[in-house]
Design a protein around this ligand. Structure first.
Ligand code: SF4
Length: 411
């Protein structure tokens, strides 16, 4: 059983409720198979458990099974804290209650969900023992504006109603597959994808942003050509056709830029993903502020997962080196991985640099960046910061900035 977030941009649905109200049974009913451990003993689910599955009539999702919100003791406090941090990762929530029990814990949870802008559905389980009382249903609808469904996991008669309720509250944008290169290319265009195979490249495979970009090129009827930076000259000699777009790993930006004529659009995988699921507008404003960094300024580098840290790690070693070299200043760098909190209050930082976020959703990235954006701290991402440090920023963002200009030009 995997308790870590999975690599997915599918809708993330969190399931909350007290111990033994039937959260795991409900997951099994939605999946129409036994994917969660069900026990009559309270507290079977400890850490949040992420389950990637297909719900018939809804589509692919990540369901997050959480510990009971009424868990007790020291360990219980830790578990309930983790449950609440799940809220930062979800798009939609289901609160499971049973036998008309709705107290302060449920009330606080629904308020917290509403405060985070997460739509919720209440499932009243064990309706074979007691149906939901009309006053409770009324107060849930009136006070929180949530849908309420009477259910029991024994005969599962109302499973369709729950799936229908989930569809209604899930933002429609989550059912669409956002495109990575589709706005930049057309049918039959050649897209060159430059992927260095060096010591940092994983053994025997490509990394997720590269794979997803290849798939997106195919989905957009393009001709994707994958090559290493050393074969660019061979490409020009052997094939020669002009690519519509060149996408490179940030680390070989300068080498690729010197080989690709300036009129051919060039960007990086990291900038493509910053545009796809980062705070791109804020990055555009924040990136040039690198130039203003001064001695003793603090920079926060945010990684969205706890990946293996290489000796010449891009976020922990190379970006700090490039920033220090460019600014000539004595900067302090803090690093934070996953959902961990920064070591300093956010207003102690002069710049926040977010990773490409290949393992997480746009919502998760935005939730992480929100405190910095609200506090007016400049934010950028790895690819844009690297392009700025290497003096290639204008060219690297031009495909996106120019596209916006072109669009308004037709109005
Ligand atoms: S880009 Fe971010 S989410 Fe992707 S592997 Fe690196 S640290 Fe993890």
């Amino acid at each position: 059983m995997n308790s870590r977030p999975l690599k997915s941009s599918r809708p993330h649905i969190g399931i909350f409720g007290r111990r033994n109200v039937g959260k795991s049974s409900l997951i099994n009913a939605l999946a129409d198979q036994d994917v969660a451990i069900v026990s009559s003993e309270a507290g079977t689910t400890t850490d949040p458990v992420f389950k990637m599955m297909e719900i018939h009539g809804f589509g692919p999702v990540v369901l997050i099974d959480t510990a009971g919100i009424d868990d007790t003791g020291d360990l219980g406090a830790l578990r309930t804290d983790r449950t609440r941090r799940v809220i930062d990762q979800i798009d939609v929530a289901m609160l499971v209650i049973a036998e008309n029990t709705f107290g302060e814990m449920e009330r606080q949870l629904l308020q917290q969900l509403a405060g985070s802008g997460i739509p919720s559905l209440v499932v009243h389980n064990k309706s074979d023992i007691a149906c939901i009382a009309a006053p409770l249903r009324g107060s849930l609808v009136n006070e929180f504006g949530v849908g309420v469904i009477d259910y029991n996991t024994v005969d599962r008669l109302n499973t369709e109603a729950i799936i229908d309720g989930l569809r209604k509250i899930t933002p429609q944008s989550l059912f669409k597959n956002p495109t990575i290169v589709g706005d930049l290319v057309s049918y039959g265009d050649i897209v060159l994808l430059v992927t260095p195979i060096d010591l940092e490249a994983p053994e025997g495979r490509l990394i997720l942003p590269q794979i997803q970009t290849i798939r997106d090129c195919l989905d957009n009827d393009c001709i994707a050509i994958i090559l290493k930076e050393r074969e660019l000259d061979a490409y020009r000699k052997v094939i020669g056709a002009e690519p519509r777009l060149v996408v490179t790993d940030s680390q070989v930006f300068l080498k690729v830029a010197s080989s690709i004529p300036p009129h051919i659009p060039l960007t990086s995988f990291s900038i493509l993903f910053a545009h796809l699921k980062g705070a791109f507008e804020e990055y555009l404003q924040g990136t040039p502020r690198i130039q203003s960094l001064r001695d003793d300024d603090r920079v926060l580098i945010m990684e969205s997962c706890s990946h293996h840290v290489a000796s010449d790690d891009i976020g922990r070693v190379k970006i700090p080196r490039w920033l220090t070299h460019l600014t000539g200043s004595n900067l302090t760098f803090d690093f934070v991985a996953g959902l961990d909190s920064p070591p300093m209050p956010i207003d102690g930082y002069s710049l926040v640099i977010q990773c490409g976020g290949c393992m997480v959703t746009r919502r998760q990235i935005m939730q992480r960046l929100r405190p910095a954006i609200n506090a007016g701290i400049p934010v950028t991402n790895y690819g844009m910061a690297i392009a700025f440090c290497l003096g290639i920023y204008e060219r690297a963002i031009a495909p996106f900035v120019r596209r916006r200009f072109d669009a308004t030009d037709f109005i």
